[in-house]
Design a protein around this ligand. Structure first.
Ligand SMILES: [Zn+2]
Ligand SMILES: [Zn+2]
Length: 223
């Protein structure tokens, strides 16, 4: 897979202010990867060699079927299934180790994760070197908790130096503010079930449950 499919300029992701930017990044990479594999790559012999071995997870296979069904997908699946059959039933897989190994890989997950790692590295580097990017990062409305944890735990090994503590405190501040806001919205939501508040204003609390799920577990889980 060409590298440019798995890389997007980080400023393209951060110039938007809508939800978690890392979820948005994942979503962009995933869309590109699915477009790539359901396009001409589907019939390329060198790609086929890899997809025969790695296959696809359920999430990505369903996404591919949505994009493109029919002959080319059937051809790709046929050679993959044939290849699986040889390993699963032709190699004496007594304890299921081969099956477990073969069923745990996904061609698209690997490409997306590769792209995510590169882009996360680029975020740290760009934060260190680019004032405008620091402004975009600091202006984000939220980071979901899985991506908050990912970014926070990566700081130590990253190439952030001078701006390391600024990055950390900005990330923490944004995430903590979002957590407090959700906490109050959930409290407000619950209070609206009290008969004394009948007819009151729900305000932002109407969407508190959905927003909490996205914040707690990451937006890509929804799709
Ligand atoms: Zn996220
Ligand atoms: Zn996958």
């Amino acid at each position: 897979m060409r590298e440019d499919i798995c890389t997007i300029p980080v400023s393209d992701v951060f110039e938007v202010n809508d939800g978690c930017p890392i979820c948005r990044m994942y979503d962009m990479l995933q869309t590109r990867a699915v477009d790539y594999i359901t396009g001409a790559a589907m019939m390329e012999p060198d790609v086929r060699v890899v997809t025969n071995k790695k296959g696809f997870c359920g999430t990505h296979l369903y996404k591919m079927v949505k994009e493109k069904s029919g002959l080319s997908l059937a051809l790709m699946l046929q050679t993959h299934i044939e290849n699986l059959g040889e390993d699963l039933f032709g190699k004496g897989d007594k304890d299921g180790k081969i099956a477990a190994d073969r069923l745990s890989s996904c061609f698209l997950c690997e490409k997306i994760n590769w792209g995510m790692e590169r882009m996360i590295e680029t975020i740290y580097i760009t934060y260190e070197n680019d004032k405008d990017f620091r402004g975009m990062f600091d202006g984000q409305p939220t980071f979901c908790l899985p991506h908050y944890s990912l970014l926070l735990s990566g700081i130590k090994k990253s190439r952030l130096k001078k701006y390391s503590s600024e990055f950390r405190s900005s990330l923490k501040k944004i995430t903590q503010n979002q957590l407090s806001e959700l906490n109050s919205d959930l409290l407000h939501f619950c209070s609206m079930f009290d008969y004394r508040n009948r007819g009151g204003d729900w305000g932002n609390s109407k969407t508190a449950i959905e927003r909490t799920l996205s914040f707690r577990n990451g937006y890509e889980q929804e799709k």
